[in-house]
Every structure is written in structure tokens, then in C-alpha cells.
Design a protein around this ligand. Structure first.
Ligand SMILES: NC(=O)c1ccc[n+]([C@@H]2O[C@H](COP(=O)([O-])OP(=O)(O)OC[C@H]3O[C@@H](n4cnc5c(N)ncnc54)[C@H](OP(=O)(O)O)[C@@H]3O)[C@@H](O)[C@H]2O)c1
Ligand SMILES: [Zn+2]
Length: 337
């Protein structure tokens, strides 16, 4: 089978299509013919050599977390899925025995890690991590959900976002950003978001963003967000200077949830403002398999349409990473092996 592998950690030019043996399922596993697999900033970090997880000794490395496709084979002891089933992978890898695996939520697992290997014609996965896909949910749409949408969904839960709340989403045009905007819409919350691009912001407005601010200047953004008052919650996937910005526009008792570091791995917190105004800053990673099931249900019911900017065949995977690096896209980029 063919796989799009990282053969050099130099950015998009480091992706090559290689041949690999077609995987055989071990007990408890299934092999999925991959119809669609979305890419995430997480994969781009690896490709740029900016991830502690993968180094030169691990090459060639096949990434790809968000696998959707059709089961082609199952291993011993697998009864929940069968060849021919349309499925979506929850990429969580957990130990199954720690206190968080026993009591939940499973994404806090002490050994938490992620599946990699979906940028290929076939993927060998744990069968109990497969979520069935109803007929009305195309695999291309489904592949958008497991990382970006689940992460945004969990972040909104952590911030107790509800109807009428106002949520600030700096960087509202990417995977997590667009997911947060759409899910706020589902929850009846209002949104204010930013982008460096007027045209991308316009597209996100069409997807439900209530107020767009085209700026990268944190002072200007602060002023413009506060024209309508402080916000109830901040979905912060950028880190860096956007953490200070998020804290300053947060209302008394509000919550900022952080899941990423695109704009910088270190941020400054104003300590007195934090305790005097009872603000909360919490970290969050991914979500649970049940979160993913709920999102699939929302898509099946027609309440959520994942935003896929473009699809690419396997041998154009490098071009997809280039589009992400160049900040050209709105929503998700999906590879269709
Ligand atoms: N912890 C977790 O479980 C988890 C899960 C998913 C994602 N993440 C993290 O969340 C972040 C977003 O991931 P993603 O896959 O949604 O990425 P993405 O699609 O590439 O995000 C693009 C968004 O980020 C903005 N952006 C890009 N570079 C920027 C910069 N230097 N300064 C300010 N804004 C910038 C873009 O703004 P423009 O509109 O101006 O181009 C756009 O809105 C990443 O840091 C990722 O690692 C974490
Ligand atoms: Zn565990």
C-alpha cells in the first residue's frame, strides 16, 4: 500500500509517498481502508522538526490522526465492527487502568497519547476506538471531527459555555477556530473572532461568527472586543501574547481554556487580575470518545456541517501542509487516500 510519509523534517518538501506492507490486524484490532484523513497543526509541528515526539531516528514517519473509512479486516476477538462498516477513528490512546481511565474523563489518562498512521491507503487501529458512521455522514466530513472539533467541543464544556454567552476566539479561521465558532452557534453562544485575513474572516462570518476583527495587533483587538464589553469565555489555541489578551478581555469569573501554542509556547499572566476577579485559566487536550460520538450525531442530525476547505489526493499531501503553513485555508484540510 501507499503512504504519505515524512522522510525529512524540513517542512512540506519533506513529504514523500512510500510503499509499505499492507497491515494485518492483531487481536483486538481492525484494518481500515482510509477514505479520508484530515491534517492538523500537530502534524505540521512534526514535519517542521518542532515536536519532541518525532526525530530523525523515527523517519520515515507516517502521521494522520483523523481516520475515516471502511473496515477491510478485523483481528481475533473483534465483534463490534465487521468488514464493510463505515467508521471514524477516535485517535485517543489510553492505558485503560489509571484513575482517569477508570473514572473519566479518559483524555486525562496518565499515559495519554495519540494514534498516528492515517495518511496511508490502510490503517491498523484498535477496533474499540472506532465509531460507526451513519450513512448520511460522508467520510470527508467525518475526518474533520476527531481532533479539531472534539478539542473545541471539550474546551467549550470546560468553560461552561451556554446560550447567550459571548466567546472570544483569537485565530477564528483554522481547524479549532472554525470548530469553536460553529459549536458556539449550536450552543446559542455569540462569538467574536480574529484573523489576519479579511477574506477568510468573511467566510467564517458566513459560518456563524457574530463579530470579526481583522487584526494581529493585540492592543487594537483588545479595544475592539471591549467595545461590546468583556467576554464570558476565551478559546485560546494560540498561546503567546494571545493569553494576556484573552485574560484582559475576560469578565469577572470568566474562563479561558488553552489548547495550543501556535503564537508562542510562553505567556504572561497578570496574577492580581486573576485572583481579584476570580478568573480561571485551564489547559485542555483533545476530548473523549463520547464527545466524538456526540459530534457525529450532530452532523447526522444536520445541526453541524464540518468545514472542509479542500481535499487532496495522497500524493499531494505536501501541498496540503504548504497551504496550512501559508495560512491559506478556512477550516480543515483533508487527504483522501
Ligand atoms: N491540545 C490539543 O488537544 C489540541 C488539539 C488540536 C489543536 N491543538 C493546537 O491548537 C492550535 C490550532 O490547531 P489547528 O489544527 O486548528 O491549526 P490551524 O488550522 O493551522 O490554525 C490556523 C489558525 O491559527 C492562526 N494562526 C496561524 N499562525 C498564527 C500566528 N503565528 N499568530 C497568530 N495566529 C496564527 C490562523 O490565523 P489567520 O486567519 O490570521 O491565518 C488561523 O486562524 C495548534 O497550536 C495546535 O497544536 C491542540
Ligand atoms: Zn489511563
Amino acid at each position: 500500500m501507499r503512504a504519505a510519509a515524512f522522510t525529512d523534517l524540513i517542512g512540506p518538501d519533506g513529504v514523500s509517498v512510500i510503499d509499505r506492507p499492507t497491515p494485518e490486524p492483531e487481536p483486538g484490532e481492525a484494518v481500515v481502508d482510509v477514505e479520508a484523513c484530515s491534517i492538523n497543526r500537530h502534524d505540521l509541528w512534526i514535519l517542521e522538526g518542532d515536536s519532541a515526539m518525532v526525530d530523525a531516528a523515527d523517519l520515515p514517519f507516517v502521521t494522520g490522526l483523523d481516520v475515516a473509512g471502511v473496515v477491510s479486516d478485523v483481528g481475533e476477538g473483534v465483534s463490534d465492527v465487521a468488514p464493510g462498516d463505515r467508521v471514524l477513528l477516535c485517535p485517543n490512546e489510553t492505558c485503560g487502568t489509571c484513575r482517569f481511565c477508570r473514572e473519566g474523563p479518559e483524555n486525562l489518562c496518565e499515559q495519554f497519547s495519540l494514534y498516528h498512521g492515517g495518511l496511508a491507503e490502510a490503517a491498523r487501529v484498535r477496533a474499540d476506538r472506532l465509531v460507526p458512521l451513519p450513512d448520511g455522514v460522508p467520510t470527508t466530513d467525518a475526518a474533520a471531527l476527531p481532533t479539531a472539533y472534539v478539542t473545541a467541543f471539550r474546551m467549550l464544556q470546560r468553560a461552561d459555555v451556554g446560550p447567550g454567552d459571548r466567546v472570544f476566539v483569537p485565530g477564528a479561521t483554522g481547524g479549532v477556530g472554525v470548530a469553536a465558532i460553529q459549536l458556539c452557534d449550536v450552543l446559542g453562544a455569540r462569538t467574536v473572532g480574529t484573523s489576519s485575513s479579511a477574506s477568510k474572516l468573511e467566510r467564517v462570518r458566513e459560518l456563524g461568527l457574530d463579530r470579526g476583527i481583522r487584526s494581529t495587533d493585540t492592543d487594537e483587538i483588545r479595544e475592539r472586543v471591549e467595545e461590546e464589553g468583556k467576554v464570558d469565555a476565551v478559546v485560546n489555541h494560540l498561546g503567546g501574547e494571545f493569553t494576556g489578551l484573552g485574560q484582559s478581555v475576560l469578565r469577572r469569573g470568566g474562563t479561558m481554556v488553552i489548547c495550543g501554542r501556535t503564537a508562542g509556547g510562553e505567556s504572561t499572566i497578570k496574577v492580581a487580575d486573576l485572583f481579584l476577579r476570580h478568573k480561571r485559566v485551564v489547559g485542555s487536550t483533545m476530548g473523549t470518545q463520547n464527545d466524538l460520538r456526540r459530534l457525529v450525531d450532530l452532523v447526522a442530525a444536520g445541526d453541524l456541517s464540518p468545514v472542509v476547505d479542500e481535499t487532496y489526493p495522497l500524493d499531494e499531501t505536501g501541498a496540503a501542509f504548504e497551504a496550512m503553513q501559508e495560512r491559506e485555508s478556512v477550516g480543515k484540510l483533508v487527504i483522501t487516500p
